[in-house]
Design a binder for this molecule. Structure first.
Ligand code: NDP
Length: 457
């Protein structure tokens, strides 16, 4: 994939970039390693100050960065602005709480025969972040804020279709006053990742993206015995029970499925609806999907913009065609929008069955797959049959149902009467093929720390 900015709303190539040569990559790794030698000795107070400064820079740059993201990958300007705000919030969260998280944690010295015993979290070194285009600022920030707070140094290999946002990220940390080379962007293709990861000076990697990319990176990291955190695909279930507030559930279902033009790992993708309310919920859901304004993502009134890439739209078309061929019903949407750019209508498909790709894989576009169930047990059983286990959603007023859902659903996150969302205050991540490790909170920060045991006799 060429490294280029291509506007998905028009299909126009705006700027292309040459990937870094192997020598240039080597030079940047050397600079990152040298930066770590100095940066690890800075104090948490200093790092918190730079994080705060980065949040202020983001606030000041908010308009232009949001427009850049919309231009590069098609998210609506409103959601791009929200993403910038969320990144500033995460930076401030770690600035505020990071020092506390990095305090030595005392252990029971007497029990281990010591005068003093404690655990101290120290940075690991240069960490490679391989990131996707769907939340081009947030995905990188979710890694960068805790990693930099802990004293690590970052090398970002961003998706090839968001090069300018990638370059902005490096600039952001520079403008905030972080020491030189603490966060660098490598404009490289995916074929160059292995050499970076095998370099002895790079100690760990985090990847958010498809399972194929995750497998490739984890294979190399496993071979080189390096720590990884993987945030991979998701096909989150959204279960609606008879006691739910149906109108509210349908409203949130639309947002949960169509946020970011349908391209979110934690989007609700499979809807399991109790038979008693299936007809009414389907009607409400379809009405609200059909009411979404699809159009220029720069327009204030637009709710759904284009898909990020032409091949992404072709994938979505293929999933819907496959489902229809195997007996599914398109209730609303179901085709591309007749205009330049890679637009696809918000779509609701019912009568989906396990042999359809729309059920068993991850559809990265505004297409909801709905299946009627007899009871909660069936919904949970079907939800758990999927290889993914990222987020999950239940709509119910019944306390017993809620507890069963929380106990039995195989996912990293369980949301009741709301949609899966990431917050700095809650761990984020999945189980099964959705990956391993966690981001955000202190749990995310410690992923790239050496929890060093200290015993003093
Ligand atoms: P990818 O997973 O291919 O891209 C994510 C990142 O991984 C990019 O930086 C990419 O670089 C890099 N990458 C890809 N292949 C390799 C590799 N073999 N070794 C090292 N790095 C690699 O996502 P796509 O954009 O191709 O999307 C494909 C599908 O992935 C989507 O339809 C969706 O199902 C899923 N996806 C899930 C995301 C999530 O948040 N869970 C996010 C994005 C995609 P480059 O861009 O240069 O190829």
């Amino acid at each position: 994939m060429a490294i280029a900015t291509v506007n998905p709303a028009t299909g126009e190539t705006l700027q292309t970039f040459e990937p870094l040569s192997d020598d240039a990559v080597e030079e940047r790794i050397a600079r990152a390693a040298a930066a770590f030698d100095r940066y690890r000795l800075t104090t948490p107070q200093q790092r918190a100050g730079w994080l705060r400064a980065a949040a202020d820079v983001l606030d000041a740059d908010a308009k232009s960065v949001a427009e850049l993201m919309t231009t590069e990958m098609g998210k609506t300007l409103a959601s791009a602005q929200a993403e910038v705000g969320k990144c500033a919030k995460a930076l401030r969260y770690y600035a505020e709480h990071g020092e506390q998280m990095l305090q030595p944690q005392p252990a029971d010295a007497q029990a281990v025969g010591a005068v003093e015993a404690y655990v101290v979290h120290q940075p690991l070194g240069v960490v490679l972040a391989v990131m996707p285009w769907n939340f081009p600022l947030w995905q990188a920030m979710r890694f960068a804020a805790p990693a930099l707070m802990a004293g690590n140094v970052g090398l970002l290999k961003h998706a090839s279709n968001v090069p300018q946002t990638a370059l902005y990220l490096e600039e952001l940390f520079r403008k905030a006053g972080f020491p030189d080379d603490v966060f660098q962007t490598l404009l490289i293709g995916s074929g160059q990742v292995e050499a970076v990861l095998r370099d002895d000076r790079v100690v760990a990697a985090t990847l958010t993206g498809s399972n194929a990319a995750g497998q490739a990176v984890a294979t190399v990291a496993g071979d080189a015995l390096k720590k990884t955190v993987l945030e991979l695909g998701g096909s989150d279930p959204f279960i609606v029970m008879p006691s739910a507030d149906l109108d509210r559930a349908a409203e949130v279902a639309v947002t949960a499925r169509c946020q970011n033009n349908g391209q979110s790992c934690i989007a609700a993708k499979r809807f399991f609806v109790h038979a008693d309310v299936a007809e009414e919920f389907t009607r409400l859901f379809a009405e609200k999907m059909a009411a979404l304004t699809v159009g220029d993502p720069m327009d204030e009134g637009t709710k759904v913009g284009p898909l990020a890439t032409e091949s992404g739209r072709e994938d979505v078309e293929r999933y819907v065609a496959d489902a229809v061929e195997k007996g599914a019903t398109v209730v609303t949407g179901g085709k591309r929008v007749d205009r330049p750019g890679w637009f696809y209508e918000p779509t609701l498909v019912t009568d989906v069955t396990p042999e359809m790709g729309i059920w068993s894989e991850e559809v990265f576009g505004p297409v909801a797959a709905l299946h009627t169930v007899a009871d909660l047990d069936e919904a949970i059983r079907l939800a758990n049959e999927h290889v993914y286990g990222l987020g999950s959603n239940l709509w119910s007023e019944d306390q017993g149902e809620r507890l069963r859902f929380i106990r039995d659903i195989q996912s990293g996150m369980a949301f009741v009467n709301g949609m899966t969302t990431s917050y700095p205050e809650l761990p984020f991540g999945g189980v099964k093929q959705s990956g391993y490790g966690r981001e955000l909170t202190e749990v995310g920060m410690y992923e790239f720390c050496n929890a060093k045991t200290v015993w003093i006799g």
